[in-house]
Design a protein around this ligand. Structure first.
Ligand SMILES: [Zn+2]
Length: 241
């Protein structure tokens, strides 16, 4: 295994950035519907596909059904940050990690205590009234039945997550691309180099070492300088102590 080599790279790097992939949130127990089984379960329970239910159109036209689904499936399956996220927090505290970029919306990295996290698709932890701007906690949405409304102006409170069909926030994407372009080491966790996340940002990386840790071999793995197979939550604690 490459543990010692990776450890020495991570410890001597002056600028490491992490792309945190979807395997990490799946292993943490977060709701996942991007596979056939997950999609079918949702469809048989609600009569709509998860993509349909998580779309802007559905949110606007069937708001109550949207929130029933959202509360049950997303807020009901937020997962628990795993050992990989605790290592990332430790690295950040040691000054060995400049930032984390992720598409997950469950706030896992933030909940693990990481600070510089770019959540490309937003987070269920933030909710805002689109009319007056008042902010609400995730618990407020969770404990509210039906459509959650602003206490001040009674508009529907909008979870600050990116729905299907919505553009990502430009400034956020630019910030993430800048972070990657300045990195000396890029640590890709829990996804292939062909995943949407890596596909979006790999092109900005001009650094020296691309380290990839994920579970199953993939034909694009050879693009990495160093590769470790295994779940990030199992591997990372052995590498960085
Ligand atoms: Zn309001």
């Amino acid at each position: 295994m490459n543990y010692e080599r990776i450890q020495s790279i991570l410890k001597s790097s002056r600028n490491t950035v992490c792309l945190l992939g979807v395997e990490s949130s799946m292993d943490s127990g977060c709701f996942y519907y991007h596979d056939a089984d997950g999609a079918m379960d949702v469809e048989s329970e609600y009569g709509y596909s998860p993509e349909e239910m998580f779309s802007t159109i559905f949110y606007n036209t069937r708001t109550k059904e949207f929130f029933d689904f959202y509360r049950d499936k997303l807020l009901g399956h937020m997962g628990t940050p795993g050992a990989d996220l605790k290592v990332l927090r430790q690295m950040e505290q040691d000054g060995k990690l400049n930032g984390i970029i992720t598409r997950e919306v469950f706030g896992l990295a933030k909940r693990a205590g990481c600070e510089n996290v770019i959540e490309l698709h937003g987070t269920v932890l933030k909710n805002r009234c689109p009319h007056c701007g008042k902010e609400y906690t995730m618990e407020y949405i969770k404990n509210h039945s039906g459509v959650p409304q602003c206490e001040v102006c009674h508009a529907t409170i909008r979870p600050q997550v990116c729905l299907v069909g919505e553009m990502l926030d430009n400034a956020t994407v630019t910030r993430a691309a800048d972070l990657v372009s300045q990195a000396e080491v890029l640590l890709v966790l829990g996804c292939t180099l062909k995943s949407s996340l890596a596909g979006q940002f790999l092109k900005y990386f001009n650094g020296e070492q691309l380290i990839l840790i994920h579970e199953n071999e993939h034909y694009t793995d050879e693009k990495a300088d160093i590769i470790c197979y295994g779940k990030p939550r199992d591997v990372l604690p052995k590498i960085y102590q």
